[in-house]
Design a protein around this ligand. Structure first.
Ligand SMILES: Cc1cc2nc3c(=O)[nH]c(=O)nc-3n(C[C@H](O)[C@H](O)[C@H](O)COP(=O)(O)OP(=O)(O)OC[C@H]3O[C@@H](n4cnc5c(N)ncnc54)[C@H](O)[C@@H]3O)c2cc1C
Length: 285
């Protein structure tokens, strides 16, 4: 449990961090809650650690059309941000509140979470449902990657080796909207066995659009498109969710087998939709 030897450099600016990433053996470290365990297990052996924790990439800004969450914002700060929790982007705050324990939420960052690409992490569900973009920067410039294109597989994302995540951008939904995140957690780790976030828009008491993101179930977080269609048509969301999950290569292990995870996933999809609709209609929190 001792990492291989590495050099350490504290980045003095975002540009300095980007320049350091030109070294193919360099890796940035933010909160260290995923990277340090990987290094201790020698699953990661960066020759140079570039510490970005002191850079001005934290904080949440509330714009006219979108909310921008800086990459270094902790899960704890996202969970208590009323700009998220009090409005139609509540799923993002709820998702952050579901991460690990208080220590992990205080040290772990949203940028580190998305860059790590752990298919068991909570955040991708909200990012998919809320139509988020991951903002990345490199020497070549800035680009925004839609969440639907960012998560590619287990610990595999669209992030290039020389790119830095600088923010997660959440567009403000138009109309009478509500969102929610529901999960069932592994009591040993706090990671979701299955987590689902839903964003719905209602008009005249009817759901007119729905986006649902699912995480923890298979190697790549995904949108539950059949359940989205059911939420709009009034068909059974639970039945449609089972259809969505049937198309997935679902995780299973000796404690939580595949069938159990499928069952749980359909339940959390249903709960997320139900709570998102209630919020959009101004009802239950
Ligand atoms: C005990 C425990 C329980 C946990 N439970 C949960 C849980 O229930 N749900 C959940 O979702 N997560 C959970 N986590 C994971 C936790 O959320 C992540 O470890 C954390 O968010 C990662 O952020 P970090 O800042 O610590 O990243 P780091 O560990 O510093 O970095 C992780 C990876 O991302 C890269 N990286 C970091 N920041 C950037 C950036 N801005 N740009 C580019 N690359 C970057 C690093 O190079 C590294 O590869 C748990 C972790 C622990 C240790």
């Amino acid at each position: 449990m001792i990492p291989a030897e590495f050099a350490y450099r504290r980045a003095t600016s975002v540009e300095d961090a980007i320049a350091a990433l030109a070294d193919p053996d360099a890796k940035v470290i933010a909160g260290g809650h995923s990277l340090v365990p990987m290094m201790k297990l020698r699953l990661a052996r960066p020759a140079l650690l570039v510490d970005i924790a002191g850079l001005p990439l934290g904080g949440i800004s509330d714009g006219a059309d979108e909310v921008v969450i800086g990459a270094l914002t902790s899960h704890a700060d996202i969970a208590r941000a009323t700009v998220l929790s009090a409005g139609p982007l509540a799923a993002a705050a709820e998702c952050a509140a579901s991460v690990g324990d208080a220590q992990v939420r205080n040290a772990g960052t949203i940028g580190g979470s998305v860059a790590h690409g752990d298919p068991a992490s909570d955040a991708p569900a909200a990012l998919l449902a809320l139509d988020a973009r991951v903002r990345v920067l490199s020497a070549a410039g800035q680009r925004d990657v839609p969440a639907t294109e960012f998560f590619k597989g287990p610990f595999w994302t669209a992030l290039g080796e020389q790119e830095l995540v600088t923010a997660v951008v959440l567009p403000k939904p138009a109309g009478q909207a509500g969102s929610a995140y529901a999960s069932v957690e592994d009591p040993a780790s706090g990671y979701p066995l299955a987590g689902a976030a839903a964003l719905v828009v209602v008009e005249g008491g009817r759901v007119v659009s729905a986006r649902i993101g699912v995480t923890g179930v298979s190697g790549t977080p995904f949108r539950a498109t059949a359940a989205e269609a059911a939420a709009v048509s009034g068909a059974s969301v639970g039945d449609a969710a089972r259809e969505d999950i049937a198309g997935q290569d679902v995780f299973g292990d000796s404690r939580f087998d595949e069938e159990y995870r499928r069952h749980i996933a359909a339940i959390v999809i249903g709960r997320a939709v139900e709570r998102a609709v209630a919020r959009a209609q101004g009802g239950a929190k």
